[in-house]
Design a protein around this ligand. Structure first.
Ligand code: FPP
Length: 267
């Protein structure tokens, strides 16, 4: 049996364990470990980022096939500017290449692409490519791919607070009207359901300033696999693990005929 057939069979076996009624609508991913993957192989870090792009393509396809509706990936954090200039330039160029080479296929697949973050420091030509990609795909409604670039969760929250303060001082809103719903409406992810599942690869157990507001009740799945080695099989494992969780949103599990006194407090 060929290697491809073995992988197909392994993935199909795993797919059978997935409850199609409980597929998360929105999955967020911290794609971590590109550099370590390359270094371990004695290669420049750029090789890890290149491989990371092909993994992203595989996971995009897998999540769409499974019935997810939104995938949000952390491609470049506000802290990533502190990396050596050569690596930052490489990543910026990688964004250019991905947009140039993949946007037609993304569009044909009826995927909408959206960049989330402060794009102002990026080179003009990249901003133009981003604008063109978003415009081309803006009416696609089969799937949404959010790419977080120069994104930071704290910066996003501060930006919302500032917007609301401005609206309040101009009299557009009253301070007493500020609530979660209004706050949500100013977020970069406005209109998008919060992720039910956050996947982080490479074994790190941190949120790293990613979607701080939106991840409030997300289930977190840490995979020890480095992002360039992540694949559909590992993604399906994360979904199965997510489906085994008991999501209580700070409440308690509602069991039939269970009285308040009988139930266990839970957080
Ligand atoms: C984290 O690995 C990865 C990144 C900072 C970049 C992720 C970007 C891609 C996979 C390319 C995506 C491209 C588009 C257009 C979305 P790391 O470098 O922090 O790895 P390390 O922790 O092992 O050093």
């Amino acid at each position: 049996m060929s290697f491809g057939k073995i992988i197909y069979r392994k993935n199909t076996e795993l797919s059978k364990r997935i409850d199609m009624q409980k597929v998360p609508e929105h999955v967020a991913i911290i794609m971590d470990g590109n550099g370590r993957w390359a270094t371990k192989k004695g290669l420049p870090r750029s090789f890890g980022h290149n491989k990371g792009v092909s993994v992203l393509k595989e996971i995009l396809k897998a999540s769409k096939n499974l019935g997810c509706k939104v995938l949000t990936v952390y491609a470049f954090s506000t802290e990533n500017w502190t990396r050596p200039t050569k690596e930052v330039d490489f990543l910026i160029n990688l964004f250019r290449e991905v947009l140039r080479n993949e946007i037609e296929e993304i569009h044909q697949e009826l995927i909408k692409i959206k960049f989330i973050g402060d794009l102002s420091p990026f080179p003009k030509d990249l901003k133009q490519l981003i604008y063109n990609s978003e415009s081309l795909t803006k009416n696609n409604n089969s799937f949404l791919l959010n790419i977080c670039a120069n994104y930071g969760g704290r910066q996003e929250i501060v930006k919302v607070a500032k917007e609301l303060a401005i609206k309040s001082s101009s009299g557009e809103i009253k301070p007493s009207e500020v609530n979660e719903e209004l706050f949500n409406s100013e977020l970069l992810t406005r209109g998008i359901k919060d992720p039910e599942l956050l996947i982080r690869t490479s074994g790190e157990k941190r949120i790293s300033n990613f979607l701080l507001w939106q991840l409030a009740y997300s289930e977190i799945y840490i995979s020890d696999v480095l992002w360039p080695d992540f694949n559909e099989f590992e993604f399906l494992k994360a979904i199965i693990d997510y489906q085994s969780r008991n999501r209580r949103f700070g409440g308690i599990e509602s069991l039939p005929n269970e009285s308040f006194e009988d139930s266990q407090y839970s957080s």
